[in-house]
Design a protein around this ligand. Sequence first.
Ligand code: NAD
Length: 318
Amino acid sequence: MSTKILIIGACGQIGTELTKKLREIYGVENVVASDIRKLNNDVVNNGIFEVVNALDYNQIEHLVEQYQITDVYLMAALLSATAEKNPAFAWDLNMNSLFHVLNIAKAGKIKKIFWPSSIAVFGPTTPSQNTPQYTIMEPSTVYGISKQSGERWCEYYNNQYGVDVRSIRYPGLISWVSEPGGGTTDYAIEIYHKAINNKKYKCFLSDKTALPMMYMDDAIKATVQIMQAPSKQIKIRSSYNLSAMSFTPDQIASEIKKHYPDFKISYEPDFRQKIADSWPASIDDSYARDDWNWENEFNLENMTFEMISNLKAHLYGK
Ligand code: NAD
């Protein structure tokens, strides 16, 4: 049976680039992109697109049957900063969309699920340097609580019902193609836009706040890789730690200054500082490297070069 993919939340920061990559790999006719919003972008215009509400089991089931879907990538969620503003809705969306997809797999209607977790599963009591795969997990945000609960349910559905669900704890993701969706690490994207256009940036985190980060190309590569790996290699069915780099606002500003010597950064931490303070500074991802050969390509230096060149060429025509 050939691979037929449904992406839910395809118009988001990750979904936009994931949809493009999956269409390249599996063929445009084998990838169904879906989202609650219908934007005028490549996701909608360059292949199959359906409007769907991830909270509606029947709508998802209908699409799965209509297109004979084998693999679902569930990207719809409320992100960390937005979730704190609407905890009850965040819990509803983040948990029930996952249950719907897990239950469709349990019923034998799809073969494989990708569901993203986050470094937000860790909390203030977690060792923050080189955070291990297995450690104290007491998340203090509603987003983190929903991701940690999701991980437990993924593992449960795998153990009890043999559901082939695969997951990665993404760090903060940095991309130039689409807008970030309301996360605590969004500053590391905004800063490039401001460096190019204004040569100055007011950061909502403090100068020494170190967080784990990753360039989007690496995140997409990891997502494809974990889904293509033979099932027996995916030994962890909660979610894998995944890492590429860790930096502070101060460090990213220094890297940007190599391209824009006049660039200035100032700091005005807001409610997102507290979220960032509860997360790890860096991540140990040796299980992903050992089990399915994960390897990152981008660090702060080559990512900064890519971000600035691509934003200038494709967005700002400079
Ligand atoms: P995003 O907010 O940019 O995109 C989410 C998409 O889901 C949006 O296009 C939105 O319209 C859609 N959506 C929202 N509610 C929906 C619903 N009811 N039905 C259908 N679609 C709906 O988020 P993202 O950054 O692309 O993140 C995708 C996933 O990756 C999320 O689970 C997120 O928690 C996780 N993640 C992201 C990051 C990051 O840095 N971007 C880091 C860690 C984990």
